[in-house]
Design a binder for this molecule. Structure first.
Ligand code: ADP
Ligand code: ZN
Ligand code: ZN
Length: 722
């Protein structure tokens, strides 16, 4: 008898055994009895062995697929990922499937249904239907092939069907080969030397695995390099995957791809319906689309014939899934390229230190674009010392003067402040009470326009109190500046200038961001106020001044990665200034004009900063010179989570390696969120394999503990925020 070992979408590390009565293959979906209901699972292996009493094993109810659902390379990738991230295989496999497939929908195109005449219908004398004129008309229209969908109601079809004059046939549409009509529209752009070198280097190595890093300053024409490489890959008949950060999927980017290639390009983003997602999934599996451009999870598209992966803005933190299965799409994409034996290109103006280290070690081939494309030159950068200066809504008078100057030349100005809302705190002027979210013990942000307080940690809103609950005073004042307040102040200072505020509050509606971007593109004096949404990849040719209002917080964080993120953000934001023909200027307001990091960034640029930081990390043995794992635990009563982590800590002291470094258990960076008290234990080792081995044993050990039912816990491999 054959036993199928089946993965179910449950947070459990085990597989479930069922009797297999009919032939099936690994990777097919099945329906199995589970508890009182039927569940959908995936066959992970088949053999004749079970640890359970074979007589008690239930039978598989139905086999859903006729062929394995995943391509062999994705199957291999997901199995590898489940073990690398120590995440239950069932959850990993189901995560990688479109929702409709998780629910059991057939992995095939919808059938198209179509009415046609029966033999009887073909010979039928239309005159016999003169008392039923609609039926007569439908029958004659079917004869002449002129029926439009919805021309006739269902009852008319039903009547003709009852008379055996018409029948319904259904079929699945054939696949269309995109390669037959493929062509590349030529581009007016004359590539520069560095672009050509990068393109040629990659094109010479397309038949095997290899990682390329395209390090190009903002506006250096990286996208143009992508398009040229894609042209080459597609012309050999292969498909390509382009990953982009969440926020940069704008019509601008998409248009550039669609204009260049006569080939089906699918865009995968969060706004698609389940049906559309399944369609794209099937098309990539059937080799019916040439390119998928999409965010993180597009990585799991089952291309039949993948020839190249491109990851734009490879340093972007949106590539790391931050809940559930915490995979890093860039790292998995590299693994996928390896399995598929194809090249992968990472592009960025500000590569992550992980990637730079690999480039320095020659694990990745480094290709550089050091100059801005066309006539654009890099922006002039300066620090504005605001110590002792009066500020209005965060703005110093000299910055306001500069804004005026640029606007009067009919240019656009961008002001960056990474904090939305009117103010980050509401304070009682008489007793010092601060309105705080009880679920997170974190100050509420005050949103003036909606007249409410909102917790940016748990997203819970509440109304603004009339009085201080502590002393009864009505003198409640907003403290600190958010984008909403900045916008309001600018409206007063510049009453005749268009102002667009771009942050999560204003762009949450579908299409809103694209609307803003469109308006800005129309040109003319304009002030853009926004958070980091503005920093990502958008092209604002009319912006000549970028003002950075307040970044000091980023310079003094306990997270060792904070400075790297700051340098990336700063470089990306300042990269918005001065594109094409217009020279740009960046002004940074700060209370710390002598900060060494700021100075190295401003005078020598991101790469100098990155090299210096890499050296520091090497000396202190921090990633990427060691590997980290964060074990998180949370509970409501603040008791089980720390003791659970303490038990892990002690077990690791006994059973882990001697050089395993542990920090914790300590409260998490954000110690409370939505009623849960959060704790963490950080592990670090210079040997990745050894760390993996220890974790394997740890996961088995934890599985035996009764505490696990009392805490929410997870393992974060290669965490990016600690
Ligand atoms: P990046 O992705 O590096 O920020 P883009 O590829 O978006 O840069 O290019 C920036 C601008 O420069 C675009 O408008 C693009 O059309 C233009 N461009 C790219 N390459 C060249 C070139 N070789 N000569 C002139 N303009 C170019
Ligand atoms: Zn008070
Ligand atoms: Zn909260």
């Amino acid at each position: 008898m054959f036993i199928a070992h089946i993965a179910l979408p449950l947070p459990l590390y085990q597989l479930f055994d069922y009797q297999l009565m009919t032939p099936a293959e690994v990777g097919m979906r099945v329906k199995v009895p589970f508890g009182k209901r039927d569940a959908i699972g995936i066959i992970v292996s088949i053999d004749q062995h079970t640890n359970f009493d074979i007589k008690n094993l239930k039978k598989i109810t139905a086999i859903i697929d006729t062929v394995p659902l995943f391509t062999p390379s994705i199957w291999q990738l997901l199995n590898w990922a489940a073990s690398y991230y120590h995440y239950p295989i069932g959850e990993v496999l189901f995560h990688a499937m479109p929702t409709l497939l998780r629910q059991g929908r057939q992995a095939a195109k919808d059938e198209i249904k179509h009415w046609q005449l029966t033999e009887l219908g073909q010979q039928f004398d239309l005159a016999l239907l003169k008392r039923a004129p609609k039926q007569q008309l439908l029958l004659s229209s079917l004869k002449n092939n002129t029926v439009q969908e919805n021309d006739f109601g269902a009852t008319i079809y039903y009547e003709l069907h009852k008379k055996k004059l018409i029948q319904q046939i259904s079929y699945r549409p054939d696949s269309v080969k995109w390669q037959i009509n493929f062509s590349v529209n030529c581009s007016p752009i004359q590539l520069n030397k560095e672009q050509s070198y990068a393109i040629n280097t990659i094109n010479e190595q397309t038949d095997q695995f290899g990682v390329f890093l395209l390090e190009g300053v903002t506006g250096s024409g990286k996208t143009e390099v992508y398009l040229n490489i894609l042209a080459n890959v597609l012309s050999t008949g292969k498909q390509a995957l382009v990953l982009v950060p969440e926020i940069s999927l704008t019509p601008q980017t998409i248009e550039r791809f669609k204009q260049r290639f006569n080939a089906p390009i699918d865009i995968l983003h969060s706004g698609l319906t389940d049906k559309e997602r399944l369609r794209v999934w099937l098309q990539s599996k059937n080799d019916e689309n040439a390119i998928i451009v999409g965010t993180r999870s597009s990585l799991f598209s089952p291309f039949k014939n993948l020839g190249m992966i491109i990851i734009d803005e490879e340093h972007d933190s949106s590539y790391k899934q931050q809940e559930g299965w915490r995979y890093h799409a860039r790292d998995l994409a590299i693994m996928r390229a390896k399995i598929e034996n194809i090249p992968i290109l990472l592009g960025s103006a500000t590569p992550s230190l992980e990637t730079l280290k690999n480039a320095q070690n020659h694990k990745y081939q480094l290709l550089q674009l050091t100059e801005r494309a066309g006539n654009a030159s890099l922006a002039k950068q300066s620090i504005l010392d605001i110590r002792g200066l009066p500020l209005i809504a965060g703005l110093s008078q000299s910055l306001v003067d500069q804004v005026k100057k640029h606007l009067s030349n009919n240019n656009q100005v961008m002001l960056f402040l990474n904090r939305r809302g009117f103010s980050p705190q509401l304070l009682c002027h008489d007793c010092g009470w601060i309105a705080e979210c009880p679920r997170c013990e974190h100050p509420y942000t005050y949103h003036q326009k909606q007249h409410k307080l909102s917790c940016h940690h748990c997203d819970t809103p509440r109304s603004v109190p009339e009085q201080c609950p502590k002393c009864g005073s009505t003198h409640l004042i907003p403290i600190g500046v958010g984008t909403e307040q900045l916008e309001k102040q600018l409206e007063i200072l510049f009453p005749n200038i268009k102002i667009s505020r771009i942050d999560r509050d204003t762009v949450s509606k579908k299409g809103a961001l694209n609307n803003y971007l469109y308006n800005i593109q129309q040109g003319g004096a304009h002030i853009l106020v926004g958070t980091q949404i503005l920093a990502k990849g958008h092209h604002f040719p009319e912006v000549t001044l970028v003002g950075i209002i307040d970044v000091d917080g980023a310079l003094f964080s306990s997270d060792f990665r904070a400075t790297e993120r700051f340098a990336q953000l700063y470089t990306q934001v300042s990269g918005r200034a001065g594109r094409e023909a217009k020279a740009g200027e960046v002004i940074l307001q700060t209370y710390h004009p002598d900060h060494p990091l700021l100075n190295i960034l401003l005078t020598k640029g991101y790469r100098a900063f990155a090299n210096a930081t890499l050296q520091e990390r090497q000396q202190t043995q921090l990633p990427p010179f060691s590997y980290q794992v964060l074990i998180r635990a949370a509970d409501r009563n603040n008791c089980y989570a720390p003791t659970f982590l303490q038990r892990i800590h002690e077990w690791l002291k006994e059973n882990g390696a001697p050089e395993l470094w542990q920090l914790g258990p300590i409260p998490a960076n954000q110690p409370k969120k939505a009623d849960y008290n959060r704790w963490q234990l950080l592990l670090q080792h210079t040997n990745r394999q050894l760390l993996q081995k220890i974790l394997n044993q740890l996961v088995i050990e934890i599985g035996k503990w009764s505490e696990i039912s009392k805490v929410r816990w997870n393992i974060d491999i290669d965490p990016i925020d600690n």
